[in-house]
Design a protein around this ligand. Structure first.
Ligand SMILES: [Zn+2]
Length: 241
């Protein structure tokens, strides 16, 4: 049964996996190069990433979020469970246009958390479901479809596709969360005049490049899900013949 599936799942599947991988490689290469480019451009205001993060948090009346440096490049993130904003060392200490863009974006997540932004709440609640989906979903799909194709029940395949869909939902709901954090970041940097108009273009390029990595991940997940749905429908229609 499994060999049946491996023969049929198949060139199309490897093509889909390959396209997804290439998209995400291109997207992450673009983030690195755009970030490197605007890391060389110091902002005229001279503030560092950490100073700007503190200032935006204060301005929004958020006093219970800790800002700390974290090793590595592009490792910046906001941790809602400990209310900690971790900025990668190059962002934390730097006054570049790229650093201020990234710092303000991460503060955007802290503001989403403080204001109970719906998409972030849903995304956080969905983390455990997506975790099960990504570890178990793909195996249930493969085994379930192989069993169904061999004449067994279709239920396992349905369950697998549903679990896999849970991970796809996660990659999709990540998009509004990320777009919103970047939108807030650019608006704040502009309104507070931390960055001038020409500097904002640089920060926008960095944040847009970062957004494309999430778009690539979501596209890859949607393509895989469609593939499994089509496999399931194909097995089902063969059985109904
Ligand atoms: Zn983000």
């Amino acid at each position: 049964m499994l060999s049946f599936l491996l023969l049929h799942a198949d060139l199309t599947y490897y093509l889909i996996l390959g396209i997804g991988m290439v998209l995400s490689l291109i997207a992450s290469a673009r983030v690195k190069s755009t970030f490197a480019k605007y890391s060389e451009v110091p902002s005229r205001s001279g503030y560092t990433g950490s100073q700007v993060a503190h200032a935006i948090l204060q301005a929004h009346g958020i006093h219970d979020v800790t800002v700390e440096p974290v090793p590595g490049a592009l490792t910046d993130h906001y941790d809602p469970t400990s209310k900690t904003l971790r900025l990668s060392e190059p962002v934390f200490h730097s006054n570049s246009v790229a650093a201020l863009g990234v710092a303000a974006h991460e503060v955007g997540h802290a503001i989403q958390h403080a204001t109970n932004y719906g998409a972030l709440r849903f995304r956080s609640a969905w983390v455990p479901v997506a975790g099960i989906g990504s570890s178990l979903g793909i195996w249930l799909v493969v085994i379930g479809i192989a069993m169904a194709a061999g004449g067994g029940s279709l239920w396992l395949a349905y369950g697998g596709v549903l679990l896999f869909a849970a991970t796809t939902v996660f990659t999709l709901v990540t998009l509004p969360v990320e777009f919103d954090a970047s939108r807030r970041a650019l608006a704040t940097l502009q309104d507070s005049r931390v960055l001038d108009v020409d500097e904002l273009d640089g920060a926008r390029s960095v944040l847009n490049a970062a957004a494309w990595t999430y778009v690539a991940a979501a596209a890859a997940s949607v393509m895989q899900l469609l593939y499994w749905v089509m496999q399931l429908l194909a097995v089902q229609s063969r059985r109904e013949d």
